[in-house]
Ligand binder design. Structure first.
Ligand SMILES: [Zn+2]
Length: 447
């Protein structure tokens, strides 16, 4: 048993309670009490204390969309390309080129980067060699949803409908609930333009029957919407909706170019939406021009945030992502309360956990929940003075403030160091692996 304490304990519970000089008591992998430090220390007679009066204690952050296997391609592709060229000429060939060993290195590097940024749970975009890459969850023990690479309408990494579906159900059968319950298998049909209707139907129906969450890229760039309009006369959201493929277990990724009719269909279906604002901005996809996230929030659609991937966002800092997203929403509608900081925080904690199907286990600091907890160090000018912790979290904090990370009751990061990982060795291995991939792809260095 140990006690986690801080000057502020931000519970993100139903009442949004913030406890000044608060504490969380952890036994095994569960939170067994939440309250004031002085009271809990007496009540539980526990001598092991993590944290001090300079800490903000938060639920572990949740990253709702991240392509971990892209981690080696951070800054590998030339700057200045929009989504279509970027994806077809660089990203896709990279995915096709990656060996199992390289994917494993990329996955471990992604875990390392996320841990240091306070991400305790993430939804991965899909692996090609899951059984070997996932072994790294023993070294950096985060909580993870992942899946297979799922499509049946592409020339690179080709798969038949049957192969794509069977790979997914096989992985679920083999590994769901593995790694001490920290691993869940989700479904990631890539998009409506790269998956046949037959595959989408099989995947979404199977997912619903098996309590599995589905993540699908939808309206993530303008050409995608133009393509579905010219092929079928409908937007990607209409396509899913009219085929009965939107429900509460489905999350659409990006959702940048949505019409108000799309918004209403999302409201009616209960589907979630994941925004990846840094990826949209870096590739000039149009979020600040066409995005309807203020309307989605106003209409009560569950919105979570994602990092997307190393070459798209170039960091996996969910606190910076939260700041950008909140600011964008407010600025787009010239409304400084849409959303309020105290509500926005849920997009990387409780609502995000709910989108991943883990809302009853993580995402808030409450008795009975799994002990996924982070501590931010509030020493320094960005946090001084500090009266409103929610404004500080959304607009002052970055991942650099993360000091300690606890996942499933286990300390994974202590004093900004990931325990048990030789950081220098990992960085060197990653640099070498990235150079090898770039060389095989014929990519020159920009200088
Ligand atoms: Zn993606």
């Amino acid at each position: 048993m140990f006690i986690v304490r801080g000057r502020f304990v931000v519970t993100v519970d139903d009442f949004n309670r913030v406890l000044r000089d608060g504490a969380v008591v952890v036994e095994d992998n569960r939170i067994v009490d939440v309250g004031y430090f002085g009271d809990l220390k007496k009540k539980h007679r526990c001598d092991t204390v993590i944290g001090d009066e300079w800490k903000i204690v938060l639920p572990g952050l949740v990253n709702c969309h991240y392509h971990s296997r892209e981690q080696l391609s951070q800054t590998m592709f030339p700057d200045g390309h929009g989504e279509t060229t970027w994806f077809n000429n660089y990203c896709l060939p990279y995915h096709a080129a990656l060996t199992p060993e390289e994917e494993k290195t990329a996955f471990k590097l992604a875990l390392y980067a996320m841990a240091l940024n306070g991400v305790t749970t993430f939804a991965d975009g899909g692996l090609l060699y899951p059984s070997s890459s996932l072994e790294t969850l023993n070294e950096v023990p985060l909580r993870c949803l992942t899946s297979t690479w799922c499509w049946d309408r592409a020339d690179i990494i080709p798969k038949t409908t049957d192969e794509a579906f069977k790979e997914l159900t096989h992985l679920h059968h083999e590994l769901n609930g593995g790694y001490g319950g920290r691993l869940s298998i989700c479904a990631t049909p890539i998009s409506v333009t790269t998956c046949s209707e037959n595959l989408l139907r099989q995947v979404v129906e199977w997912a619903r029957e098996n309590g599995v969450k589905t993540f699908i890229h939808v309206s993530s760039f303008r050409e995608e919407v133009e393509k579905t309009l010219s092929s079928w006369g409908v937007t990607p959201v209409q396509y899913l909706s009219e085929h009965g493929l939107l429900n509460r277990d489905v999350n659409i990724l990006h959702g940048i170019h949505l019409s108000m009719d799309d918004v209403e269909r999302l409201v009616a279906s209960g589907a979630g939406v994941v925004s990846c604002p840094y990826s949209s901005l870096k590739k000039g996809k149009g979020l600040s021009v066409s995005g309807v996230f203020p309307e989605l929030l106003e209409r009560g659609v569950r919105v979570g945030l994602g990092g997307d991937g190393a070459p798209s966002a170039q960091h996996v800092d969910m606190l910076r992502t939260l700041s950008l997203f909140t600011g964008l929403c407010r600025d787009m509608r010239m409304n400084a309360s849409l959303p309020l900081a105290k509500d926005a925080v849920r997009a990387v904690t409780s609502t995000a956990a709910d989108l991943l199907g883990l809302g009853n286990q993580i995402g808030s600091l409450e008795k009975g929940k799994k002990a996924d907890i982070i501590l931010l160090d509030m020493r320094g000018p960005d946090f001084t003075p500090l009266r409103d912790v929610f404004q500080a979290l959304v607009f002052s904090a970055t991942g650099a403030a993360v000091d300690t990370v606890i996942v499933d009751g286990r300390v994974v990061v202590e004093g900004r160091k990931v325990k048990g990982v030789d950081a220098e060795k990992l960085v060197k291995e990653s640099e070498i692996a990235a150079e090898n991939v770039a060389e095989r792809l014929g990519l020159q260095r920009p200088m």
